[in-house]
Design a protein around this ligand. Structure first.
Ligand code: SAM
Length: 232
């Protein structure tokens, strides 16, 4: 279960609302049962059911079961696409060990707003399912111009460019260190955006093969290629 309380030895974690309903009515926990908790920054903790009432309970951390994991320093920057599909990107990015998911507003984006709470909930759900203890960071929706203007000098920007770019298998190994993949929206990037991205000092246009992939396919393919190479 994901909790906001910072976990630690003997820490009491009050649980109410839906999570309490899930534990009490669905999982039917009883006093002294053990629940696994994570807060996204302290690893995973076994917590004992201590005080239990009809609609809420208190869990007490008894031991750490997993340390906070190291995830490779990889960001996935993608345009907001239709609801179910950006949720899929969030879920797969979490499973694949992406460190940060950064939504980027581009000119041809079909969708121009995002429900970050919903996306965060998908990241938490995916982390619970795959046993990831460090939640991916979720950036707020920013314009492509702002992303490029403030791009960190020491971070490679692999730009998924279906109009031409180095094959992934060549580009990735040649550029180690902090990296990011930038994936366009359903309508792709417009020519001026393409030029602006290529003008970034550490931009590396890469091809994901001869076919035009859906944005979510491109995002998942890019993340899995980078994770495979970087041994996560
Ligand atoms: N311009 C595309 C078209 O002609 O239909 C639409 C964009 S594609 C659906 C969405 C994004 O996925 C692209 O902006 C690009 O970032 C990435 N992408 C798709 N196929 C790719 C490929 N073969 N190589 C590199 N990137 C690709």
């Amino acid at each position: 279960l994901h909790v906001e309380t910072q976990l630690g030895d003997g820490v009491a974690v009050p649980v109410d609302g839906n999570p309490a309903h899930y534990l009490i009515s669905v999982m039917r926990v009883k006093p002294d049962d053990i629940v696994l908790l994570f807060d996204g920054r302290s690893g995973e903790w076994a917590a004992r059911v201590r005080d239990m009432r009809k609609r809420d309970l208190v869990l007490e951390c008894v031991r750490q079961t997993k340390a906070i994991e190291h995830v490779p320093d990889f960001w996935l920057c993608c345009a907001p696409i239709r609801k179910g599909r950006i949720d899929l990107i969030a879920e797969k990015a979490c499973e694949l060990g992406v460190a940060k998911l950064q939504p980027v507003l581009t000119r041809r984006a079909v969708v121009d707003k995002l429900n970050l709470d919903r996306l965060h909930a998908h990241l938490v759900e995916a982390a619970e399912q795959c046993g990831r203890t460090a939640l991916p960071e979720l950036g707020g929706l920013i314009k492509l111009e702002a992303l490029l203007r403030d791009w960190p000098e020491d971070r490679w920007l692999f730009f998924a460019d279906e109009t031409g770019g180095a094959p992934l298998a060549e580009a990735l190994p040649a550029h180690q260190g902090g990296a990011a993949f930038l994936i366009g929206p359903e309508g792709g990037f417009d020519p001026a955006e393409r030029d602006a991205i290529r003008a970034v000092a550490r931009a590396v246009p890469v091809s994901l093969g001869p076919r035009i992939l859906r944005a979510e396919t491109a995002a998942i393919a890019a993340a899995s290629a980078w994770m495979t190479l970087n041994g996560d």
